[in-house]
Design a protein around this ligand. Structure first.
Ligand code: ADP
Ligand code: MG
Length: 248
């Protein structure tokens, strides 16, 4: 059975898409099949894995999802392409709860053959993020090691708690990922310490460093693990994948 994980935070630019892509790639390298579902109308996860966005989002197309899954250039790494059409609020007219349960059934039923499924959420707490949380076993929350890192964190955590109470009793906060860490900055260390002090073992041990290779990889349509295997960023995501496997 696939483990379904939303990667969510309503703040933009904290490393959601980067984490979804590269963590999935790290798991695939470790022999676990991984599917990234692009739920963000900006389609960054799709293009970052070298795949064209879809005209109509596979989740709305009414066809079996498996037909829309694309294999990337890396073995065992797959993407369900995003589409700008998801931005159309009318496209999602059913009630939240119904949508979440339909999505959950769809994902569990049709995509059970993968070891991990990551839902790359948009930078908001709107319908799409709510539906994704409703369909997931866990949520991973990336946060940037910068000023105000903790600001707004309570909102995504509250939404996860509400979703758990109402729509999806099995949802857990599976992990907090510290991203864009710069060891030379006192501030980054302070932020990491503060987040760890507060959230304790929910925070992954692996710190994702700020690394230019990570930001360059998407324009080549591959993960940083394939773009620059020996870069610090590639090592870090491979290590994070190991931690995820250990937590199983
Ligand atoms: P989100 O999906 O949360 O909006 P992204 O994953 O798209 O955030 O990251 C925002 C920007 O920061 C992107 O340009 C990405 O390439 C860059 N980025 C993310 N993580 C790192 C990192 N560890 N080091 C350097 N650049 C990064
Ligand atoms: Mg994104």
């Amino acid at each position: 059975m696939a483990k379904i994980i939303s990667v969510a935070n309503q703040k933009g630019g904290v490393g959601k898409t980067t984490t979804a892509i590269n963590l999935a790639a790290g798991l695939a390298k470790a022999g676990r099949s991984a599917l990234v579902i692009d739920v963000d109308p900006q389609c960054n996860a799709t293009s970052g894995l070298g795949v064209e966005p879809a005209q109509r989002h596979p989740l709305l197309a009414g066809r079996p999802l498996a037909e829309s899954v694309v294999e990337t250039s890396q073995p065992k790494l797959f993407v369900l392409p995003g589409s700008q059409s998801l931005a159309d609020a009318d496209a999602l007219s059913a009630s939240n709860r119904q949508r979440a349960s339909t999505l959950r059934q769809q994902l569990n039923g049709e995509l059970s053959g993968y070891d991990f499924v990551f839902l790359d959420c948009p930078p908001s707490l709107g319908q799409l993020t709510r539906a994704a949380l409703g369909a997931s076993a866990e949520v991973y929350i990336p946060i940037q090691c910068e000023y105000f890192a903790m600001e707004g964190l309570s909102q995504i955590i509250d939404l996860a708690r509400q979703t758990k109470a109402k729509d999806n009793h099995r949802l857990e906060i599976g992990g907090i990922v510290l991203t864009m860490y710069d060891p030379a900055l006192d501030l980054a260390n302070e932020v990491a310490e503060e987040v760890r002090g507060y959230f304790e073992e929910t925070v992954f041990d692996t710190l994702i460093p700020r690394d230019v290779h990570i930001s360059e990889a998407p324009s080549h349509g591959v993960s940083v693990l394939d773009y620059s295997p020996r870069a610090r960023g590639a090592w870090a995501y491979a290590e994070l994948a190991m931690e995820v496997i250990d937590r199983e």
